[in-house]
Ligand binder design. Structure first.
Ligand code: NZQ
Ligand code: ZN
Length: 389
C-alpha cells in the first residue's frame, strides 16, 4: 500500500428520527442559518416543515435559497454567496442530493470571495475558508455528504468542473434512509450506477497489495447489486435504502482509495457529457462504464477483471481468465441496462457524435486520464464515446 493520510472530519447521524440533533448541531456554528435546497422535493415530502420546526425550536434565524438545479449552475453559487454576505450567515444547511450539497459547498467558499464564483472553479483564486456546512441527504448517489468535493456547471461555457477543497468537507451529515423513500425508480437507478462507478474507478488498478481495500470494495459493489433492484421495486424498504445510503458515502469518502495510484477514467468523460447535454450524471456513467471496461480489457489488465468477475459476480473461477473477464463485463451491462432499466446508448438519449472531439479534448485536459487504469488520450476517449452510440 502507498502512504496516505486518512481523516474524515464529518459527524454522521445515521438512521431515523435523528433530526432532534439538528438544532444543537447548527447552534454550534452560530445563529444565522441559510437553508439551501433544490426544486421542491423537500416540500412535497414534508421534510421542509420538519426542518423549519427544528430551526425555530432552537431559536435560530432562517434564510433560504431554493431552486438549486440538478447539475448545479454557478449562478446558484453566486446567488447563495450573495445572501451569505448580505445577511451575515453563520452556517449553511444543505438539504437534498449531491447537486444541492455540491452547490452549497461552493456557496460556503464563495462567501469569502468578492467576485464571480466561477473564478474559484477556474482556480484563479484558492479556497482557504468556507462557511460551516451541515447537510441532510435525500438521495443516495454521489457521496458528497462525506467528501470535500463539488461539481459545478457553467452553461455559458459548457463546462462542468469538479474540485476538492478540505475546508468544504461537511461538518455534520444527517443520513436518514427514510428520506430517500420518495426517490423515484430512475433516480434510484442512476444513484446506484454512480456509486458503483465510484468504486470501480478505484478498484480497477494493477496494484497487487491492496487485498484489504479490494475486499471492502467487492463488498460495497455486491451491496449495490443486491439492494438497488430491491429499492426500485419496494421504495420504502428500509434495509435496501439504508444499505444503499451508507454505501454511497463509503464509496467515495476517502477510505477505499487509500492505496490507489492512478486517476479516475469515466468521471472526466461523463462530466463532459453532462456539461454539453445536461443529462443525469449516473445515467452518463452507466452508458460509459461497460464500454470503458471493454476498451481497457487486454492481456495486461485481465487479472483484475478476473478477480472482479469471480468475487463480485460469482463467476466460476476455474474458467480461463479472459472468459471470466468478458462474462463480468456482460454482467455489468445486464445489471445497468436490464436490472436498473437504464438507457444503454447515447443515441437513445439524443446524443450524437457532433461534440465528441471537443468533449474528448476537454476530458483529457481536465486532468489525469493520462495516468488512469489504462492511460487514455483524446483518440481513446473518442473511441470510447463512439462505442456508446
Ligand atoms: O431538486 P429536487 O426537487 O430536490 O429534486 C431532485 C432532483 O430533481 C430529486 N430528489 C432528490 N432527493 C429526492 C428527490 N426526489 C424525490 N425524493 C427525494 N428524496 O432528484 C433529482 C436529482 O438530484 P441531484 O442532487 O441532482 O442528484 P445526485 O445526488 O445524483 O447529484 C448529482 C450531482 O452531483 C455531482 C454530479 O456531477 C451531479 O452534478 N457529483 C458530485 C460528487 C461529489 N460531490 O463528490 C461526485 C459525483 O461523482 C458527481 O460528479
Ligand atoms: Zn459520480
Amino acid at each position: 500500500m502507498n502512504n496516505f493520510i486518512y481523516d474524515i472530519p464529518t459527524r454522521v447521524y445515521f438512521g431515523e428520527n435523528q433530526l432532534g440533533h439538528l438544532g444543537e448541531e447548527l447552534s454550534n456554528y452560530g445563529t444565522r442559518v441559510l437553508l439551501t435546497y433544490g426544486g421542491g422535493s423537500i416540500k412535497k415530502t414534508g421534510l421542509y416543515d420538519k426542518i423549519v420546526a427544528e430551526i425555530k425550536n432552537a431559536g435560530l434565524e432562517l434564510f433560504e435559497l431554493s431552486g438549486i438545479e440538478p447539475n448545479p449552475r454557478v449562478s446558484s453559487v453566486n446567488a447563495g454567496a450573495e445572501i451569505c454576505k448580505k445577511e451575515n450567515i453563520d452556517v449553511l444547511l444543505a438539504v437534498g442530493g449531491g447537486s444541492v450539497i455540491d452547490c452549497t459547498k461552493f456557496i460556503g467558499a464563495a462567501a469569502f470571495y468578492d467576485g464571480d464564483a466561477w473564478d474559484i472553479l477556474m482556480q484563479k483564486v484558492s479556497v482557504e475558508k468556507c462557511l460551516p456546512i451541515i447537510d441532510i441527504l435525500t438521495l443516495a448517489a454521489t457521496g458528497s455528504e462525506m467528501d470535500c468535493g463539488g461539481v459545478i456547471s457553467n452553461p455559458e461555457t459548457k463546462d462542468k468542473i469538479g474540485l476538492l477543497f478540505p475546508v468544504m468537507q461537511p461538518k455534520v451529515s444527517f443520513l436518514d434512509p427514510t428520506s430517500t423513500y420518495t426517490v423515484n425508480k430512475y433516480q434510484t437507478a442512476c444513484g446506484a450506477a454512480d456509486m458503483l462507478n465510484h468504486i470501480m474507478e478505484v478498484y480497477f488498478n494493477m496494484n497487487q497489495d491492496l487485498y484489504m481495500l479490494d475486499t471492502v470494495m467487492e463488498g460495497l459493489m455486491k451491496t449495490i447489486i443486491k439492494y438497488a433492484p430491491i429499492a426500485m421495486k419496494e421504495p420504502e424498504n428500509y434495509e435496501a435504502r439504508a444499505n444503499l445510503m451508507w454505501t454511497s458515502s463509503w464509496a467515495i469518502n476517502g477510505f477505499v482509495n487509500g492505496g490507489k495510484r492512478q486517476a479516475w477514467s469515466c468521471h472526466p468523460m461523463e462530466h463532459e457529457i453532462s456539461a454539453y447535454y445536461d443529462i443525469t450524471h449516473g445515467l452518463g456513467l452507466a452508458i460509459l462504464t461497460p464500454r470503458w471496461l471493454e476498451y481497457t480489457l487486454d492481456e495486461t489488465t485481465v487479472s483484475k477483471f478476473y478477480q472482479f468477475g469471480c468475487n463480485v459476480f460469482g463467476i466460476d473461477a476455474s474458467l480461463p481468465q479472459m472468459e471470466v473477464a468478458k462474462k463480468s463485463i456482460k454482467m455489468v451491462k445486464e445489471f445497468l441496462f436490464q436490472t436498473l432499466e437504464l438507457q444503454s446508448t447515447f443515441t437513445e438519449i439524443g446524443i450524437d457524435d457532433s461534440n465528441f472531439e471537443i468533449m474528448a479534448k476537454k476530458a483529457v485536459a481536465s486532468g489525469g486520464l493520462g495516468f488512469a487504469f489504462k492511460p487514455l488520450n483524446e483518440e481513446d476517449v473518442i473511441n470510447i464515446f463512439k462505442m456508446c452510440i
